[in-house]
Design a protein around this ligand. Structure first.
Ligand code: MN
Length: 388
């Protein structure tokens, strides 16, 4: 399957909506520039209806000469669309809820009201020359026939695409595939998928939607977003490239610095086990794994970390074996025999278990010097635990 998939990143809108996250204008501009540099197709820059600094930030991003399209998020009201126009953006996402849960409880309106509002707002935005992605909020819990009707009306009134939102993250990949496939047949415009990670399935669901024919994916850096977050840009692009053969969606070597910048600006550190960019994503300790890895990288790595500008690292800890210990000490300039490395395993395990972590070069040198049968014949040398 080789076809074009477009990334519409919403770190600056849905990402920032995460509880306790707030970007400054400068941070928003910087993240937008970095998204543009790696080649993201579109950037959802914020919600103009919030006014104040949010509008200033959207205006600054729209005026900063990015190659990426800049979208603003709007409800289906004239004041929201006017606020977007005042920010100078050329595109908007116009969002209306489509599930009865939202229509009845949140809006306290009817399905007919939603459709009338869609027709009006979409026509108004198109009259003002805007590119429009029509958002179907809570689509995953909506009546399928009503959703299809909503999509067809969007298409008939000139929408450029329809955004299917799994607003509370209740899809699984099989349901996603089937729902997007059916909607694609019923609605004659491009589909976008917007997923949430409440069950840890945001990326999987985004991939399923692409397989079913969605051509736009709404992502956030680090999966930042409301509650459990959104589909992570770095996961979606790497998975599409390596699992589905849809390559070079973005310049992947720019992902790490972007993820680090968003982690810093959002005050949300990246967990060590985070897919693609976590500190441990390419760290190896287990004896069997390191043994395989040292013979051929692909034995225990799904893809080459060099795609991200990274190296893998081998750490010495409780699960290390002799092969890894010899390799590591050789990097320190200490060349062990098989018997010596075997003798070191027990004290290494003891200290690593005690400290509940892997061991530093100094700790390993200390063990080496203290173990009978391993004399001080160190040649010194620098620590290079990253293999290049
Ligand atoms: Mn959302």
């Amino acid at each position: 399957m080789i076809r074009k998939v477009f990334i519409d990143d919403t770190t600056l809108r849905d990402g920032e909506q995460a509880a306790e996250v707030s970007f400054t204008l400068e941070e928003k501009l910087q993240i937008a520039r970095m998204l543009d540099e790696i080649g993201v197709d579109q950037i959802e820059a914020g919600t103009p209806a919030m006014g104040g600094e949010e509008q200033e930030a959207i205006r600054a991003i729209a005026a900063s000469g990015l190659r990426a399209g800049v979208l603003a998020w709007c409800r289906a009201t004239q004041s929201d669309i006017d606020a977007a126009l005042a920010c100078g953006v050329k595109g908007v996402n116009i969002s209306l809820p489509v599930s009865d849960i939202h229509i009845q409880h949140k809006l306290q309106k009817t399905r007919a009201w939603v459709l009338a509002q869609l027709r009006w707002a979409l026509s108004y935005a198109k009259r003002h020359g805007l590119y429009v992605s029509v958002g179907a909020e809570d689509a995953s819990r909506a009546d399928r026939r009503f959703l299809a009707l909503y999509g067809r009306i969007a298409a008939d009134h000139g929408a450029d695409r329809l955004r299917y939102c799994d607003t509370v993250g209740v899809l699984d990949p099989f349901t996603t595939y089937e729902a997007i496939r059916a909607l694609k047949e019923q609605v004659g415009i491009s589909l976008e998928i917007h997923t949430h990670n409440d069950f840890g399935l945001a990326t999987a669901n985004a991939l399923a939607a692409v397989k079913a024919g969605a051509s736009y994916v709404n992502t956030t850096i680090n999966g930042l977003g409301e509650r459990a977050g959104n589909a992570a840009l770095e996961e979606v692009v790497m998975a599409l490239e390596h699992l589905d053969g849809i390559s070079r969606l973005v310049k992947t070597e720019g992902l790490v610095s972007l993820c680090q910048e968003v982690a810093r600006a959002s005050g949300s550190p990246i967990p060590p086990w985070k897919a693609i960019i976590g500190r441990n994503a390419f760290a190896h300790e287990s004896g069997i794994h390191v043994d395989g890895l040292l013979k051929a990288r692909q034995t225990y790595e799904a893809f080459d970390p060099k795609d991200l500008g990274l190296n893998h690292r081998i750490v010495i800890g409780k699960h290390s074996g002799t092969h890894a210990v010899r390799f590591y000490f050789a990097r320190l300039g200490i060349f062990l025999t098989e018997a010596e490395s075997r003798a070191l395993l027990e004290p290494i395990r003891r200290l690593a278990s005690l400290r509940k972590r892997s061991l530093s070069a100094d700790e390993l040198r200390g063990i080496y010097e203290g173990v009978p049968g391993t004399s001080s014949k160190s040649e010194g040398g620098n620590l290079h635990w990253k293999i290049s």
